[in-house]
Design a protein around this ligand. Structure first.
Ligand code: FES
Length: 234
C-alpha cells in the first residue's frame, strides 16, 4: 500500500521554526512506524533524527506522537492506525532538541525526585530478602514501566505545569512504596503530597491509555493518594 508520512522537522540550530515534511512511500500493513522512519533516514534523508534502540518495545526510547496519540514507534503497525495518512511528531510538553528527539532531562529529574530505588537499612541477610508471592504481587503492575514518558507527556496537568512530578514518577514511586522490603515509603509519600505531587492528577486517564506496557497508572496514582490519606502502604 501507499502511505503518506507527514513528519515534524525542527533543527533549532538552523530553523527559525518547526515545519512538516511529507514523504510518500510503499509500505506493508504490518510495517511498524519505526520501519518507515528508518526507511526515510536510510534512503531519503539521513538528517531525520529520532531515538530508538531495542526496536521491540523494551527500552522505551522511541515514544512519539503518531496521529495525535503517544505510542512507541516500534510497537504500532501501519494497519493499527486505520489510515494511510500518518503524522509523526515529538512528545508534547518537552523541549525539542531535533525532530522527534526531546530533552528528557526534566522527566528524569522528576523520576529521581521520588527516590526510585529500594532502601533497607537492615543488615543484609545471607540470602535474599524474603517476600511472599502476595507481597510481590502488590506492586507487580508498576514494575513494568520502561520510562518512555508516553504517560507524562499525554497528561494535561503536566502540559499545564511542568513542575508536576507526572504519572511516570508516581508509578515508579508506587513500585517501591508498596514493596514490603522497602523502608522509606513514608518519605516518598511526603514528597508526593506536596503541591506538585499526586494532587495535580485529575483522573483524566490519558496516562493509562498512552502506556505501551498497559500499566494501570491512574489506579496506581489513586493508591498512592490513598496511602497518603491513610498512612497504609500494604
Ligand atoms: S526502540 Fe526500544 S521501545 Fe521502541
Amino acid at each position: 500500500m501507499q502511505v503518506t508520512l507527514r513528519v515534524f522537522r525542527y533543527n533549532p540550530e538552523t530553523d527559525k521554526k518547526p515545519h512538516y515534511e511529507t514523504y510518500q512511500m510503499e509500505a506493508d500493513p504490518t510495517d511498524r512506524i519505526l520501519d518507515l522512519l528508518e526507511h526515510i533516514k536510510g534512503y531519503i534523508d539521513g538528517t531525520l533524527s529520532f531515538r530508538r534502540s531495542c526496536a521491540h518495545g523494551i527500552c522505551g526510547s522511541d515514544a512519539m506522537r503518531i496521529n495525535g496519540r503517544n505510542y512507541l514507534a516500534c510497537k504500532v503497525l501501519v494497519r493499527d492506525l486505520g489510515s494511510a495518512k500518518i503524522t509523526v511528531e515529538p512528545l508534547l510538553g518537552m523541549r525539542v532538541v531535533k525532530d522527534m528527539i526531546v530533552d528528557m532531562e526534566p522527566f528524569f529529574v522528576h523520576y529521581r525526585s521520588v527516590l526510585p530505588y529500594l532502601v533497607n537499612g537492615d543488615p543484609a541477610p545471607k540470602q535474599e530478602r524474603l517476600q511472599s508471592p502476595e507481597q510481590r504481587e502488590r506492586f507487580d503492575n508498576t514494575t513494568k514501566c520502561i520510562l518512555c514518558a508516553a504517560c507524562t507527556t499525554s497528561c494535561p496537568s503536566f502540559w499545564a505545569n511542568e513542575k508536576y512530578v507526572g504519572p511516570a514518577a508516581i508509578v515508579n514511586a508506587h513500585r517501591f512504596i508498596f514493596d514490603s522490603r522497602d523502608q522509606i515509603g513514608a518519605e516518598r509519600l511526603k514528597i508526593l503530597s506536596n503541591q506538585f505531587g499526586v494532587y495535580r492528577c485529575h483522573t483524566i486517564f490519558n496516562c493509562t491509555e498512552a502506556c505501551p506496557r498497559e500499566i494501570e497508572i491512574t489506579k496506581a496514582i489513586a493508591e498512592v493518594k490513598n496511602a497518603i490519606a491513610t498512612g497504609k502502604t500494604e
